[in-house]
Ligand binder design. Structure first.
Ligand code: DGJ
Length: 750
């Protein structure tokens, strides 16, 4: 249960839920200060002892000057320009050229539940008792600005959501140049900071380093949240592990340029800042207008990184994702991209779909190349009209034929982009982001449409809505295959070009919102050259994201492992693809390819007609297995057990909410010869329950290997690889890239 305790003198707010306490006090000058953020503690009438002692700039100054430097304080929403020299939360340009805003306490209100954020994705509460929101109203009367700090404390999972709203209450025009969503000053820096980094086809690799004095952080300036750095940061106590110890996780619900940063200052304090990247950002606020920042979510865990991840998973799965697909097991689909790339025809497509149907697959997804002059990536983007030479009966005809097979039909689009060789570009050459008199950089032969302009979004909406109305479409894969360059809008005056990056992403959100409200039953999957926009902002609109263009199962193990730090299994698009793998040339067994893809939305990315009969039978069995277990896998509690970044083996498991069932995946990169028995210790089970452990066998049934107490499975580790009769290190070595799935079912609770 969440609480917001208010103590009037000194004015103090204690936000508390099942795991966390977060305490703010208003200092004598009106600045809100951070007193405590950590494991839940009892409330008390006076927390003044937590204020700490003021640190002077120098002895001489302390003697001569009675003001306490702000840099010795832990502040909730600091501004540079007075005596806080650290990285700050806000910078507000006023007409006289000053950027200082002293946002001092004015009033507060407490709201049941959680208010929606205007035009931005955010977590939500369905019932008022799920959460409570504190709004701290701060004012700078000289600038004429109101700044509202929103803190929503969710009853469960140690989660706290923060955002900030500015209102221009004065007569002058203001310009925000920095407006972070979250600032948190912690009293020490005894942490490792963890981030998720990578590149195309190797997204979200975890990195960890000790906090050191000065700045450390990650960011994007690409216009999308990016393959390179994810809008996420965690602080872990040095001895914390996957399963125990304190972790603070920070995640930004935003898909554009971001900054996530920690600064360790002269006092050893750590300042965490998260929000829209202030570089190349500004936002004009006219008198009477307002600006809303994106939301940042913080979770506190005293159960290690897995505890942090479970809190993010649950919150994002149940209170960020929306619509009928939120709680529904995801359809098992087949996508033609890796099988055909642009070489498609209705005949080819239907052949793939028919075979997929025979194997029990539920949906066919037609990828790139079906529209306009799009016979390669050189032309056609922007012309969302089916190409008659590819699809004589259009998308409508094809979708009806696929539906007649007894499958759902899904379609690929890339609405934010245009090829210069397209009817759209020829009609509206000024609709792209481009700096006047400079060349527009082409990536993959395409330009970025200026989604900061409502008329551009309207036009694309018109084409897509027509298509969706006319055809039987159950799923959309919304791709985005390049980052932004030459960010400049022909529709804005010179002094407002700093708004374009943010306005662009607001345009993307607006189009999503329109489409999902008009077509609520369509399942959207977001994609950006694989996982270049795998962020919480996207999940508000699209319940799942294509995790990576790298479909090699061994690579996917790593990518999905890293992704699981923040994002739920139900959000991770994961497909079995052909061997040799398109990205790596590696040959991973069909068994392991499926065993990795099970821990995601599950589907196929190949032409099943090219498989042997035996392999097709395996596909049918794996599809049946996933249908039987996807509810548990996609909606249970996920735990990482062994990291593919640290050794030859990797393992993870999902446990049902009532702890009566579990599925374990254990993976081995290289085959090790003549090794001692390796055991796997599980977690998250009921220690007093007895579980039967079985291995799904090739014929679709499961072979029982024994019954064990939960405490044995968790502490002794009875799952042991060489104990299994069908894997004999000498007679039948498993070979490289092998894996096992174990099913656990509670039989008797004591
Ligand atoms: C990039 C995506 O990540 C792929 O899955 C595929 O849809 C291609 N784009 C199509 O152009």
């Amino acid at each position: 249960m969440q609480h917001i305790f208010v103590h009037e003198s000194p004015l103090t707010f204690h936000l508390q839920n099942d795991a966390l306490s977060y305490i703010i006090a208003i200092l004598p000058g009106g600045l809100p200060a951070q007193l405590y953020c950590g494991r839940r503690i009892h409330d008390r009438a006076d927390f003044s002892y937590l204020r700490g002692k003021a640190m002077p700039f120098s002895v001489a100054l302390t003697m001569a000057n009675d003001s306490i430097p702000e840099e010795s304080m832990r502040l909730e929403y600091p501004c540079y320009g007075s005596s806080d020299y650290r990285q700050c939360a806000v910078s507000l340009l006023q007409e006289n050229g000053s950027r200082l805003a002293v946002f001092a306490y004015d009033s507060y209100k407490i709201l049941p539940g959680k208010p929606r954020l205007q035009s931005l994705p955010a977590t939500y509460a369905e019932a008022p008792e799920e959460a409570a929101t504190l709004v701290l109203r701060l004012r700078d009367r000289i600038a004429g600005a109101l700044c509202e700090l929103y803190y929503t404390v969710f009853s469960e999972g140690g989660a706290l959501a923060r955002s900030v709203r500015f209102v221009n209450e004065g007569a002058q025009t203001l310009s925000l140049e920095r407006a972070m969503s979250l600032c948190l000053d912690l009293p020490d820096h005894d942490y490792e900071w963890i981030s998720l980094n990578g590149a195309w086809a190797r997204e979200r690799t975890p990195a960890a380093a000790r906090l050191t004095p000065g700045l450390q952080g990650v960011e994007s300036l690409r216009g999308n949240s990016s393959h390179q750095n994810n809008p996420f940061l965690a602080l872990r106590r040095p001895h914390a592990t996957e399963h125990s110890g304190e972790v603070l996780g920070f995640s930004l619900v935003y898909s554009g340029n971001f900054l996530a940063q920690v600064q360790v200052d002269q006092n050893g304090f750590s300042r965490v800042l998260m929000g829209i990247n202030p570089a190349w950002f500004s936002w004009e606020i006219k008198p009477g207008d307002s600006f809303q920042t994106p939301e940042a979510v913080m979770v506190y865990s005293d159960q290690g990184l897995n505890g942090m991840s479970r809190s993010f998973h649950r919150l994002y799965r149940t209170r960020l994702v929306r619509g009928p697909w939120r709680d529904a097991p995801r359809p098992i689909l087949i996508n033609n991209w890796e099988a055909t790339e642009f070489d498609i025809s209705e005949e080819v497509i239907l052949k793939i779909a028919e075979k997929a149907k025979a194997c029990g697959i539920e949906m066919f997804v037609l990828d790139d190349g079906w529209f306009g002059a799009r016979r390669s990536d050189r032309a056609g983007l922007g012309d969302w009209v089916p190409a008659p030479e590819v699809l004589p009966d259009g998308i409508r005809g094809l979708s009806e034929k696929v539906t007649a097979l007894g499958m759902k039909f899904g379609l690929w689009i890339e609405p934010e982009m245009v090829n210069p060789d397209s009817d759209l570009y020829r009609a509206h050459p000024d609709w792209i982001l481009r700096i006047p008199d400079r060349r527009a950089t082409l990536f993959r032969n395409q330009c970025v449409l200026d989604f900061s302009r409502p008329e551009v979004v309207d036009h694309i909406h018109g084409m897509l809505a027509k298509l969706l109305r006319e055809s039987k479409i159950s799923y959309i894969k919304w791709d985005m295959n390049r980052s932004i360059t030459e960010c400049f809008s022909a529709a804005l005056p010179p002094h407002r070009q700093g708004e374009v990056f943010h306005r662009y992403i607001l345009g993307v959100y607006a189009l999503y919102e329109r489409l999902i409200s008009e077509f609520p039953d369509i399942l959207f999957e977001s994609c950006a050259s694989g996982g270049g926009r795998f962020d919480p902002g996207m999940l508000y609109y699209a319940p799942q994201t294509w995790t990576s263009d790298d479909t090699d199962a061994y690579e996917r193990l790593r990518i999905q492992y890293g992704t699981s730090l923040v994002y739920p299994i139900s959000a991770m698009g994961s497909h079995v693809s052909a061997v040799p793998n398109l990205q790596t040339g590696r040959r991973v067994s069909l068994r392991m390819r499926a065993d990795v893809a099970f821990f995601g939305t599950f589907g196929y990315e190949l032409d099943l007609n090219t498989l042997t009969d035996e392999e097709q039978a395996a596909v049918a069995r794996d599809t049946a297995f996933m249908k039987a277990h996807r509810q548990l896998i996609q909606f249970g509690d996920f735990y990482r057990l062994a990291s593919p970044f640290e050794g030859n083996d990797a393992a993870w498991m999902v446990v049902g909410e009532d702890r009566a069932e579990a599925v374990v995946g254990w993976y081995h990169a290289l085959h090790a010869v003549n090794t001692p028995a390796r055991t796997l210790k599980l977690t998250g089970l009921n220690p007093d329950a007895v579980y039967t452990v079985s291995i799904p066998s090739g014929n679709g049934t499961a072979r029982e290997i024994g019954a064990f107490y939960g405490d044995e499975l968790m502490n002794v580790g009875v799952i042991s690889r060489p104990d299994r009769p069908e894997v004999d290190d000498f007679l039948h070595p498993a070979g490289d890239f092998s894996s096992e799935i174990f099913l656990l079912k509670e039989t008797r609770a004591e």
